[in-house]
Design a protein. Structure first.
Length: 268
C-alpha cells in the first residue's frame, strides 16, 4: 500500500476502575470479568453459551478500548459486518436470492450498534451498496447521520458465484431506500454498480481491498465506521477472519507517507 500502513492493534482490556464513569463500557467489563471467573473455575464447567458470551464480551471490550485511542494520530477504522440477512438465516431457502435484506433478528442486531461504546465520536460512515449493508447503517446510525456518510461499491462483497452478493440496480436501490440520495457517492454510482464477476474471480477481489485501504487513508477523518461484508473483511489486510453479523473489528491506519506494504501488520 502506498502512503500508509494498517495495524490490527493488541490492547489490554480496561479494568473496572478505568471505566467507573462510563456505564456502557462498565457493563461490558463486568460481563467479561464474570465470564473470566467462570473460565478460571474450570473450562470444562463452562457451557457453550457461557463460552460464547465470554468471547463476545472480550471482543466488545477490546473494540471499545481500541477505538478510543488516537493519541498517535492514527486513523481508527471500525469494520462492521452487516446484520443477519435472509441468506445467513437459511442458505438452503434464500441462498439464490439476489441482494437479500435483513431479517428481524438482523434489524435488532443493527439497532444495538448505536449503543456500543466503540462507535462514539464517529466522523465518517462508509457503507457498501448491498441492501443488507444499507439497512444496517440506517438502523444503527439513522438515515441521515450528522456526520459525513459515503456510499461506495469499493468494499462490496466478493461476487463469486453467489447470487446474494449481486447488487440491486441503483434505480431499484434508491426506490427502496430514498434517503441514500443524500449520501455522498450516490451520484457517481452507475446503475449496475457491482463488481464484474470476471474481475472479482479467484484473487481479483483482493485488488479492491488494496484500493479501498488507500481510499481510507486519504480521508481526513480520524474515526471511521465501515459497514460491509464478511468475506471481503476476511482479507489479511482488514479483519483477517470472518466476522459474525454486526461484529466490530478495529483497524489502525497509521499516517506514514514513506512506507509501502501489501498486508496488514496484525499484532492482535
Amino acid at each position: 500500500m502506498v502512503g500508509g500502513e494498517v495495524k490490527m492493534s493488541s490492547i489490554s482490556l480496561p479494568s473496572i476502575d478505568d471505566v467507573e464513569h462510563d456505564p456502557s463500557l462498565r457493563r461490558i467489563v463486568l460481563q467479561w470479568e464474570r465470564s473470566r471467573a467462570i473460565y478460571h473455575s474450570g473450562r470444562s464447567q463452562m457451557t457453550r453459551e457461557e463460552r460464547r458470551q465470554r468471547q463476545q464480551a472480550e471482543r466488545a471490550a477490546k473494540a471499545a478500548r481500541e477505538a478510543t485511542i488516537a493519541a498517535d494520530g492514527a486513523q481508527a477504522v471500525l469494520l462492521i459486518r452487516h446484520g443477519e440477512a435472509a441468506h445467513n438465516a437459511n442458505w438452503r431457502e434464500n441462498g439464490t436470492e439476489v441482494d437479500p435484506r435483513l431479517t428481524e433478528r438482523g434489524h435488532r442486531q443493527a439497532e444495538t450498534l448505536a449503543d456500543h461504546p466503540a462507535v462514539v465520536g464517529c466522523e465518517l460512515l462508509v457503507v457498501a451498496p448491498l441492501s443488507r449493508a444499507v439497512q444496517t447503517a440506517a438502523a444503527a446510525f439513522g438515515e441521515r447521520p450528522s456526520y459525513r456518510t459515503v456510499l461506495t461499491p469499493l468494499h462490496s462483497e466478493r461476487l463469486g458465484s453467489a447470487a446474494c452478493n449481486k447488487g440491486s440496480p441503483k434505480s431499484v436501490l434508491v426506490h427502496r431506500f430514498p434517503f441514500i440520495r443524500d449520501w455522498e457517492g450516490f451520484g457517481e454510482m452507475t446503475d449496475e454498480w457491482w463488481p464484474r464477476a470476471e474481475l472479482d474471480a479467484h484473487e481479483g477481489w483482493r485488488e479492491r481491498v488494496r484500493v479501498f485501504i488507500e481510499w481510507l487513508h486519504r480521508q481526513p477523518q480520524r474515526k471511521v465506521i465501515v459497514i460491509g461484508h464478511g468475506a471481503f473483511f476476511s482479507d489479511s489486510r482488514l479483519a483477517g477472519r470472518m466476522l459474525a453479523n454486526c461484529e466490530i473489528a478495529v483497524l489502525r491506519v497509521q499516517n506514514l507517507t514513506d512506507r509501502r506494504g501489501t498486508d496488514a501488520d496484525r499484532t492482535g
